[in-house]
Design a protein around this ligand. Structure first.
Ligand SMILES: [Zn+2]
Length: 121
């Protein structure tokens, strides 16, 4: 009797089911890891901007010279304009001296743990 080469339909279905289960487990965890990494990167950017504002003020003793993020880059306090990995631009908050505004990033007051959701338009 000749032995047939190849897999049976049941064997192929079994492998497909196993791969499907693995993907169902791994993809949500990978997406959570990406979101956590983006949140940490944004929090790090905000801390860098805050520190640059303080350094600028320490040098100039004048908040007008440290008015916005572009002034920090021009003054050499930031190497480059930070980019939020979520895609929201950073802005200066001038309510008490200067710092990076949390609005659009951590507006619920949960800095640095939970970045605001991205609004898809
Ligand atoms: Zn952000």
């Amino acid at each position: 009797m000749m032995k047939r080469k190849g897999f049976t339909l049941v064997e192929i279905l079994f492998v497909v089911v196993i791969v499907g289960i693995l993907v169902a487990i791994l993809v949500p965890n990978a997406l959570k890891a990406v979101a956590a990494a983006n949140t940490k990167a944004c929090a790090g950017n905000i801390r860098s901007i805050d520190a640059a504002f303080v350094a600028c003020y320490a040098d100039t003793r004048d908040w007008a010279s440290c008015d916005d993020i572009a002034a920090l880059v021009t003054g050499g306090y930031l190497e480059d304009t930070p980019v939020c990995p979520i895609g929201v631009d950073y802005a200066a908050d001038s309510t008490n001296g200067r710092r990076c505004a949390r609005t659009g990033h951590f507006s619920a007051g949960n800095f640095p743990h939970t970045h605001d959701a991205v609004v898809v338009e």
